[in-house]
Design a protein around this ligand. Structure first.
Ligand code: GAP
Length: 435
């Protein structure tokens, strides 16, 4: 299967099985927007919950924030986003008027669409501007990164929770960029979600914090099932770094359309807090509780694109193989993020005693695992295939023997092996055999 075929199959499966649809599809779509369907949103929520658990709930030095998407215009002046810091070079064809990102043209002199003459590059700001209020007189922007919502709340966190350095803030939320060339499914979109951390340290501690976060990010990528050989770390040279960064590592992933940025880890210095302090006139310094010394902390920023995570996870999980002499498509998703954790089937649909027993097993598992599915449609083989395609790690079948021995058959997605498990042990079996 070539790379183009892989993407086509993944996009087709995403639509057919209710993971991801084109945005505003019945109106012909809107470029750079995608909608998540029931299995897509379940997968995305599982990723978010796992991320929050790992980076907030199980740590002592992290606090959550959920800031507004619309922010005071001055935020973006202070952060450098309204200036030259947040633009892409745009080139227009004099003939067909199509616009391209200069770095996507690879030095070409003629239009790749019509062969026309290309104009000079000009800076194009990626922020979506909007007006706030009935008179529309207050200019605002849809945030292009979630990060600033954390910097502007730095003082609120100091004043309310009194944390000591080092500590960090975490946020998951939407970000918007008017990308010149949205492309590659959910890889580059105009509306997307970020999971970001701003970790505040003393200047002299930035390198050790950077190293620590690099390891934590590597651990995360392993936990969600991304294969090591598809991941690469790129030390970003100075001329390619964002305007605020003194060191950046890009975590790249081998997508079917090439090796591209998945995540970033940046040392943002004291750039943001210093600028917000200057522009707002509010003292954003941290006060050392032992010595009383006041200073602006430095920042390490691990940033994770959520939609790119979903895409990398789907690409890694997508498998076509043969099981019991039959071709199948299977998503080998890590059980911790699979949209359906376990599915329950009565062997036959028209035997009330089987259906009743299966429903009771279903209810019990649903109370524990939440994302449990019930299916009594078609033969068992077909039901397995349907669950394989959406990545359900285990299927439980209630048969006539169950009524006698209170045991069920549990079938494993990846190997197809089946085991007889007593109902009293089912919950523990599911928890322990697929993690
Ligand atoms: N706060 C830092 C920041 O926003 P970035 O590298 O511009 O840094 C962070 O974006 C992450 O957001 C990227 O690594 C990527 O995963 C995701 N991302 C950026 N632009 C995106 C887009 N147009 N579509 C989907 N994801 C995007």
């Amino acid at each position: 299967m070539n790379e183009k075929e892989t993407m086509e199959k993944l996009v087709a499966l995403s639509k057919r099985r209710g993971f991801i649809f084109q945005g505003s599809e019945i109106y012909g779509g809107l470029a750079g927007t995608w909608d998540y369907g029931p299995y897509g949103v379940a997968l995305k929520n599982n990723v978010k919950n796992l991320w929050w658990k790992k980076f907030v709930d199980t740590r002592f030095d992290m606090f959550g924030v959920d800031a507004a998407i619309l922010m005071n215009e001055k935020v973006w002046e202070a952060s450098g986003h309204t200036g030259a810091g947040f633009t892409d070079p745009l080139i227009e064809c004099a003939n067909c008027k199509k616009r391209f990102r200069e770095d996507h043209l690879a030095g070409a002199k003629c239009c790749p669409e019509c062969g026309g003459v290309l104009g000079e590059a000009r800076d194009f700001n990626l922020m979506f501007q909007t007006q706030v209020g009935s008179q529309g007189d207050t200019k605002s922007y849809l945030r292009p990164e979630t990060a600033q919502g954390m910097f502007v709340n730095f003082k609120n966190i100091l004043d309310t929770l009194h944390p000591q350095l080092p500590f960090g803030l975490a946020q998951i939320g939407k970000a918007f960029r008017n990308e010149i060339a949205p492309r590659d499914f959910i890889f580059r979109t105009r509306e997307f979600e970020q999971m970001e951390i701003e970790y505040f340290v003393r200047e002299e501690d930035w390198e050790s914090a950077f190293t620590g976060w690099k390891a934590a990010m590597e651990e995360w990528m392993e936990e969600i099932g991304l294969p090591k050989e598809a991941l690469h770390e790129l030390e970003v040279p100075e001329e390619d770094r964002a305007h605020y960064s003194k060191r950046t590592i890009d975590f790249e992933f081998d997508f079917p359309f090439g090796r591209k940025e998945l995540y970033g880890l940046a040392y943002r210095t004291d750039f943001d807090l210093k600028n917000h302090m200057e522009h707002s006139g509010v003292d954003l310094r941290y006060s050392d509780p032992a010595t009383g010394e006041k200073f602006i902390p430095h920042v390490i920023e691990p940033t994770f694109g959520l939609d790119r995570t979903v895409l990398a996870v789907l690409v890694s999980a997508y498998t076509e193989d043969e099981l019991d002499g039959e071709q199948r498509t299977v998503l080998k998703l890590a059980p911790s993020i699979a949209p359906v954790r376990v599915a329950v089937f009565p062997l036959l649909k028209n035997k009330p005693e089987l259906v009743e027993k299966a429903k009771s097993v279903y209810s019990q598992l649903k109370a524990v695992f939440g994302n449990v599915s019930f299916d009594d449609n078609g033969n068992i083989g077909k039901r397995y295939r349907r669950q394989d395609e959406i990545g359900t790690p285990q299927c439980v079948t209630v048969d006539f023997e169950t009524l006698e021995d209170n045991a069920v058959t549990v079938r494993d997605r990846d190997t197809g092996t089946q085991e007889r498990v007593a109902l009293v042990e089912l919950q523990a079996y599911i928890t322990n055999t697929a993690k």
